[in-house]
Write a protein that binds this ligand. Structure first.
Ligand SMILES: *[C@@H]1O[C@H](CO)[C@@H](O)[C@H](O)[C@H]1NC(C)=O
Ligand SMILES: *[C@@H]1O[C@H](CO)[C@@H](O)[C@H](O)[C@H]1NC(C)=O
Ligand SMILES: *[C@@H]1O[C@H](CO)[C@@H](O)[C@H](O)[C@H]1NC(C)=O
Length: 263
């Protein structure tokens, strides 16, 4: 008989500290929870900003990747069209061309003349070199005595003088192109060689503010990645690492000397 109340009392004695312990734990838990939820608030904010940055960055990366894929396909479509082009070699310096109608490749008159001239006269129909130029390579025509500079300067009545980050001993000119090639920039080196380069987006803040903003972004990318940004891609040939084309090796030079022989 006596053990029964003893057991119960023991149980009671045991149970009360257990309850107290549990109480203590719960109190601690709620305190901890409160502290945690406070902490959650701050880290949620950080998480939110982090997510926002990640979303914006991925959107930009995706956008530029898509844009590059589009540019690549346009470049290949253009090169394909050039293979089937008819060239009109009536002028002594300039060569006009007629290219078949291709999706994504709409050219205006000045673009066809520049493409026809560069392809047949300057790069001797080397497609890869022309592609590098379309991607924005900085080109120097060695020993041409400013001939290409003069040619581009006079090719269209929309040409205007402007400044750029490149060096030139004389006024630099921008020759506006169509939506395909955007802008051609030309100048002369200290040794009177012509340099030229197609630009991805045009610098003309008054008439074309959005293009000019893109130009600044391109410039930042150019500085960070050390590449030149052209209308149809990017090129490693910056003005410090130019694409050199000796004038003596060009078809243009051969035609000139041949005519001189004939005359
Ligand atoms: C070639 O160009 C000349 C002058 O620019 C023009 O008169 C002639 O019609 C053109 N020919 C073709 C086939 O386009
Ligand atoms: C330099 O180039 C210009 C054309 O842009 C030409 O008029 C001039 O004769 C050239 N000078 C020399 C020394 O070749
Ligand atoms: C370039 O055009 C100007 C007028 O716009 C002309 O006076 C000059 O002779 C032209 N130069 C060449 C090399 O065709």
């Amino acid at each position: 008989m006596p053990p029964i109340p003893d057991e119960s009392s023991v149980a009671m004695v045991h149970s009360s500290p257990v309850v107290k312990l549990e109480d203590g734990c719960e109190n601690k838990r709620t305190k901890k929870n409160r502290r945690r939820s406070h902490h959650h608030h701050g880290s949620l904010k950080v998480l939110f900003y982090l997510l926002a940055v990640i979303v914006v960055a991925s959107a930009l990366i995706l956008f530029s990747a898509l844009q590059r894929m589009t540019l690549d396909s346009t470049l290949y479509a253009l090169m394909n069209a050039m293979l089937n082009a008819e060239f009109n070699v009536s002028d002594i310096d300039l060569v006009d061309m007629h290219i078949p109608q291709v999706r994504n490749v709409d050219t205006i008159a000045v673009e066809r003349i520049i493409l026809g001239t560069l392809y047949t006269q300057l790069v001797n129909k080397h497609g890869k070199v022309l592609m590098e130029i379309m991607k924005g390579a900085h080109v120097i025509v060695e020993n041409d005595q400013g001939r290409y500079y003069e040619l581009f300067k006079n090719i269209s009545c929309t040409t205007y003088s402007r400044i750029s980050s490149h060096y030139s001993i004389d006024v630099q000119y921008a020759v506006p192109q169509g939506p395909l090639l955007d802008t051609l920039l030309t100048g002369r080196t200290v040794t009177n060689d012509s340099w030229f380069q197609f630009e991805g987006a045009n610098w003309d803040p008054i008439d074309r503010p959005i293009d000019s903003m893109l130009h600044v972004l391109n410039y930042v990318e150019y500085k960070i990645r050390g590449v030149q940004i052209g209308p149809l891609g990017t090129s490693k040939h910056t003005d410090r690492n130019p694409l050199l084309i000796p004038f003596e090796n060009t078809h243009h030079y051969q035609r000139l000397t041949n005519t001189a022989d004939h005359v």
